[in-house]
Design a protein around this ligand. Structure first.
Ligand SMILES: NC(=O)c1ccc[n+]([C@@H]2O[C@H](COP(=O)([O-])OP(=O)(O)OC[C@H]3O[C@@H](n4cnc5c(N)ncnc54)[C@H](O)[C@@H]3O)[C@@H](O)[C@H]2O)c1
Length: 447
């Protein structure tokens, strides 16, 4: 790392920190989705002038009108910061130069071959480099493999001739938002920050401390990047473990849910994870593969990640087979059977169906000739990659009675499980959502 000589340009740090501490720094949030919009609103709420940048004009227009599209954001809070002029949005990336702080929250998907697609980060990095000026802080929040900040973003910015840690500041700070979690929000979830230089770390920590109670400084962006993928790998592996136990319990005819409930009573040495139809969302199914990809560059094979991926990816197939067996009990084939899926969101009480295992279950059933409908109060409709558009059907007694099997894929809290059990011919419950239904549950099969 280059040793920075004291120079007048070091005033950039003092000036920027002063702007941050007085909340007069203009904050640009690039990518105003599940991560970016809550962050933009939190910053605007404490007085920062915030500009959301997105290449999707629909989102930009919605923000400009104070219209909310992310459930974790409060409608009134968004409207208030838009109407008082603190939050605006634009597709005009030439305005990046007006921002003192730029936070990058763009997607980091996988390619079809499960390799990281960091093209979004690169595009944004190029756009920022085109506008970079002294006195800016750039923070990457998108989940990615260890090394991205220093290997991808830093060279783009360094090519401008400006010196990191002196003229501008660069850091990585992973977003830990848990969509739908009412207890832990952007504000009270502690935040890990790693700077490219110690000065970068100081400036980035000063920025996050304005809205987050607990900011943890780590020694480098790499440590912060690795922390995030480790957290998600931890979940992926533990979910796979409990899913594998569910597969075994199915063979042994042991109720996995009773086992988990009992094990969870141990006051130490165990952490509860529940089985289900697979893993979904933008993090758990994807992020571990970022690490697996990076590991290969170092001749390292991350076996736990591969194994967890294998088990979790197989779960929708197991659910299909459970439905097949439930129909078999009625002497019905899966072909032409009417199946009603409850829930397509990847977890309860949210509207996000990206990478949802429920969608995979629907597709697998249809491949076998089943006629599939779904009901999800959070997802009125959705369109799959192949263009297929699906609409949620109303959850009526007739719809329940007219289905050969109801499969519970998401345990939204607003759903009346008693009514489902009372009127469905057969229920395959992959979430133990019907646990509170005590009577008349002979038609229920658990995962
Ligand atoms: N959703 C979560 O729960 C969650 C949690 C933690 C971390 N993350 C990570 O945060 C990042 C963002 O995820 P998200 O869920 O907010 O994604 P999202 O799809 O909800 O939002 C991303 C936004 O970026 C915009 N965008 C795409 N390319 C752009 C570009 N070149 N310039 C400007 N805007 C662009 C998209 O239009 C979209 O509005 C990902 O790396 C993800 O892994 C997500």
């Amino acid at each position: 790392m280059e040793l920075l000589k004291p120079s007048p340009a070091n005033d950039e740090r003092a000036d920027l920190v002063a702007k941050i501490e007085t909340h007069s720094a203009t904050v640009g949030v690039v990518g105003i989705g599940y991560v970016g919009l809550p962050l933009a609103v939190e910053k605007a709420k404490v007085g920062f002038p915030v500009v959301g940048f997105d290449r999707n004009p629909l989102r930009v227009n919605q923000v400009a009108q104070g219209l909310n599209y992310i459930r974790d954001v409060d409608d009134d809070e968004l409207a208030a910061v838009v109407y008082n002029g603190r939050l605006s949005a634009t597709t005009d990336f030439s305005r990046l130069g007006t921002c003192d702080v730029i936070v990058i929250c763009v997607p980091t998907p996988l390619t079809k071959n499960l390799d990281p697609d960091i093209s979004y980060i690169k595009h944004v990095g190029e756009a920022i480099a085109g506008q970079l000026r002294p006195g800016q802080l750039i923070c990457l929040e998108s989940t990615t493999y260890p090394g991205t900040t220093e290997e991808v973003l830093l060279p783009l910015l360094a090519a401008t001739g400006l010196v990191v840690g002196r003229d501008y500041f660069l850091a990585f700070s992973p977003e830990r938002v848990d969509p739908g979690n009412k207890r832990y929000t952007t504000r009270n979830t502690n935040k890990v920050v790693g700077g490219v230089t110690p000065v970068c770390l100081d400036v980035a920590a000063a920025f996050y401390q304005q809205t987050i109670f607990d900011v943890l400084r780590v020694s480098s962006p790499r440590v912060a990047e690795m922390t995030k993928v480790f957290e998600n790998t931890f979940r992926a592996v533990n979910i796979a473990l409990v899913n594998e136990m569910a597969l075994l319990c199915d063979r042994l005819k042991v109720n996995i849910w009773d086992v988990i409930d009992a094990a969870a009573t141990k006051p130490f040495g165990i952490m509860r994870f529940d089985p289900g139809p697979g893993v979904g969302g933008h993090c758990i199914p994807l992020d571990p593969f970022y690490l697996a990809w990076k590991a290969r560059e170092f001749d390292f094979h991350v076996r736990f990640i591969e194994l967890a991926g294998e088990i979790n990816i197989a779960m929708p197939y197991f659910v299909r087979d459970k439905i097949l067996r439930a129909l078999n009990e009625q002497g019905k084939p899966l072909k032409d059977a009417r199946i009603l899926a409850i829930g397509v969101a990847y977890k309860k009480d949210i509207e996000d169906w990206r990478e949802s295992p429920a969608v995979k279950v629907l597709d697998l059933l249809e491949r076998e000739g089943a006629r599939v409908d779904y009901h999800d109060p959070f997802v009125p409709s959705f369109q799959e990659d192949d263009g297929k558009l699906r609409h949620s059907v109303p959850l009526t007694k007739d719809v329940l009675k007219g289905s050969d099997c109801v499969v519970v894929l998401t345990d939204h809290t607003t759903i009346d499980w008693q009514t489902i059990v009372d009127h469905a011919v057969a229920v395959v419950d992959t979430r133990n959502a019907t646990r509170a239904v005590r009577d008349g549950r002979d038609n229920v099969v658990l995962l």
